[in-house]
Design a protein around this ligand. Structure first.
Ligand code: NAD
Length: 296
């Protein structure tokens, strides 16, 4: 099996690196956090003392870092030059399209095959190996990355050239943010109009109001399948991460000259929710803020 450098062993990367080790790859891991390194070692990875050391002799480099500035710094200062020219470089972080395109263009100039491969699915899917990867890069780079990504996910989809994975991710999450807000306000209005929430769910989930936010992630406790709403909005997808993705979508919209009024409104509402002390609350908990506004 392949020797794989894994950089960024946080909430997501920790589970992903463990799945690569479970698939019998030889995983050499690095993170700035000692606790993360210890968890990776316990999951069967070998620890490196820095990112350059992790990349030496690697057939693939996988990164799962917080933001674009981390990705640019790690690739330009550590990965480029340290990884063999034959290595495929795979960035799974969610970052802005412009940085993804810039880093992948530098990689290409330096002779590397690189893909941006952000994920859909949270910490539980990272641990279970059931992520969906949206991949941007050349056909050759995708062919090299695909078997490695398959060991960490249930679906690996080629979205187009470098940066296209990030484009798909932020467009998808812009739909998710806007439909969640719309679903929350529909439940609140339905209740004010005297409809039972479960009855509204039964009708809308089989009508044109149906969406993933409604049928897989209903924001009211006791309605639809088990969701974070049934756990007081704990766990799930943190509001701060939804705000991050909506902000990336708004920046991309401005740069590309695309009008995104619903996405912008969702970004404003999530910014208010996060500012209100709900950064770690599940994003469906925004129903509480909308409810309070209706009462006020
Ligand atoms: P996290 O903060 O838990 O993990 C990031 C890790 O990167 C940390 O352990 C940190 O120490 C490490 N790191 C930062 N700079 C580094 C450097 N220079 N060298 C080595 N290690 C470094 O974040 P996370 O929740 O795992 O998210 C990672 C990425 O995945 C983000 O881009 C996020 O938007 C995306 N994402 C997260 C989720 C989720 O539910 N958490 C879902 C989908 C996508």
């Amino acid at each position: 099996m392949a020797r794989i450098a894994f950089i960024g062993l946080g909430n997501m990367g920790g589970g992903m690196a463990a799945n690569l080790a479970k698939a019998r790859h030889s995983v050499v891991a690095f993170d700035l956090s000692e606790a993360a390194l210890e968890r990776a070692e316990a999951a069967g990875c070998e620890r490196a003392t820095n990112a350059r050391e992790a990349c030496a002799e690697a057939a693939a480099v996988v990164t799962m870092l917080p933001a674009g500035r981390n990705v640019e710094a790690v690739y330009t200062a550590e990965v480029f030059g340290a990884a063999p020219a034959s290595a495929v470089l795979i960035d799974c972080s969610t970052i802005d399209v412009a940085t993804a395109r810039r880093v992948s263009a530098i990689a290409e100039e330096r002779g590397y095959d690189m893909v941006d491969a952000p994920v859909s699915g949270g910490i539980a899917a990272a641990a279970a190996g059931t992520l969906t990867f949206m991949v941007g890069g050349s056909d050759e780079a995708f062919a090299k990355a695909e078997p490695i990504l398959s060991a960490m996910g249930k679906a690996v989809i080629h979205a187009g050239a470098g940066g296209s994975g990030q484009a798909a991710k932020i467009c998808n999450n812009m739909v998710l943010g806007a439909t969640m807000v719309a679903t929350c306000e529909a439940f609140l209005l339905a209740r004010k109009l005297g409809l039972d929430p479960q009855t509204f769910y039964d009708i809308a989930s089989q009508s044109s109001g149906q969406s993933w936010s409604l049928t897989s992630y209903a924001p009211l406790p006791g309605v639809g399948p088990q969701t974070p709403a049934d756990r007081d909005y704990q766990g799930g997808f943190a509001a701060a991460l939804m705000l991050k993705d909506l902000t990336l979508a708004m920046e991309a919209g401005t740069q590309a000259g695309a009008d995104t009024p619903m996405g912008r409104r969702a970004a404003e509402l999530y910014a208010a929710f996060v500012e209100d002390g709900h950064a770690t609350t599940d994003f469906s908990g925004i129903i509480r803020m909308l409810e309070a506004r209706s009462e006020g």
